[in-house]
Structures are given as C-alpha cells and as structure tokens.
Write a protein of this length. Structure first.
Length: 174
C-alpha cells in the first residue's frame, strides 16, 4: 500500500484520494469505532456503559465518510416513542434505493423510527472546534485500532480532520 498523506484531501480536506484510502471493511470499521468510543468522543460527554453508542453518531458518521467517501451524512430526527432526538448517520445516495449505514442506531429504544432526514452538504458542515476535536480524536483512535489489528498499514503520519464545518450550534450532534 502506498504511503498515505493524511493532510491531502479532496472536497473539504477530509476525504483522501480514493487510491490512497485504506482498504477497510465496514465490519472492521464498526469494531474499531465501537472500541474507540468514550466520553471524550460523545456529544456533551454522554456516557452510559449500557449504551456505548449514545452521543457518538456525528463523529461516527464523519469517520465512516472518511473511509467511504461515496457516503454522505444524513441529519434527522428519530421518534423514540417518548420524544424526538436529533441523529446523524450515513447514506449512499448513488444506490437505488438509497442505502442507509447507521453504526449508532442501537442508542435508540426498540421501535424508534426516523421521522425526517436530509442529506448534509459536505462543503458546508460548519463544525465547531469542539466537534472537530471529537471527530479528530475518534479518527485517530480508529486508525490506531485498525493498524493494531493489521487492517491498515499507516505510514504517512497522523490523520487529520481539518476545521470543516458541521451544523448550526442548536442542533444536537450526538
């Protein structure tokens, strides 16, 4: 595998050239993400040992998009039966019908359903500095987990998720 230049990206500086992306499967990525989640990567430091996916949806969707650039990020509301919660996940808009990839759905109670969603513009995310820091931390941990598992051979330096943008500050990014 060629050396990876983690700072050279396409679009908004997050996604590397496809030829340089590590060949990681979604199950490998899912395992590495789950092993990397904690209070520091969760929205507002949410942490429940019985619900490790809680508050991890936005940084998880960003990391998934980093490894799978064809995926977009969806922002929506989930009807939990007792209220509505903001949520983020990935969508492959090129598939027909669109394929939804949600590695944090289990944070919601059984019977929960998406009430509405929209695909975010990857060029206008407007992430806040704390959100960028959570995404960078999660990505760096995931890369270390994948490298330790032999899923990638990272030789180009540390991964970087530059200040990219995200969503209005009043939208929950968990």
């Amino acid at each position: 595998m060629p050396a990876m230049d983690w700072k050279a990206g396409m679009a908004y500086g997050l996604i590397m050239k496809a030829a340089a992306l590590p060949a990681v499967t979604l199950p490998q990525l899912s395992s590495a993400l789950e092993a990397s989640w904690d209070r520091r990567t969760a929205y507002l430091g949410a942490c429940r040992p019985a619900n490790p996916a809680l508050g991890q949806c936005y940084p998880t969707s960003r990391v998934v998009q980093w490894f799978f650039p064809r995926l977009e990020i969806a922002s929506g509301e989930v009807d939990t039966g007792s209220g509505f919660e903001a949520h983020f996940w990935n969508v492959d808009p090129a598939s027909n019908p669109a394929r939804h990839v949600d590695l944090t759905w289990r944070q919601f109670a059984p019977g929960s359903k998406v009430a509405r969603f929209e695909i975010l513009d990857r060029d206008a995310l407007n992430d806040t500095p704390p959100t960028i820091a959570r995404c960078e931390l999660l990505l760096s941990r995931v890369l270390l987990k994948l490298e330790a598992a032999g899923a990638i051979d990272r030789t180009g330096g540390a991964a970087s998720m530059p200040a990219l943008g995200g969503h209005p500050p009043n939208v929950r990014d968990g």
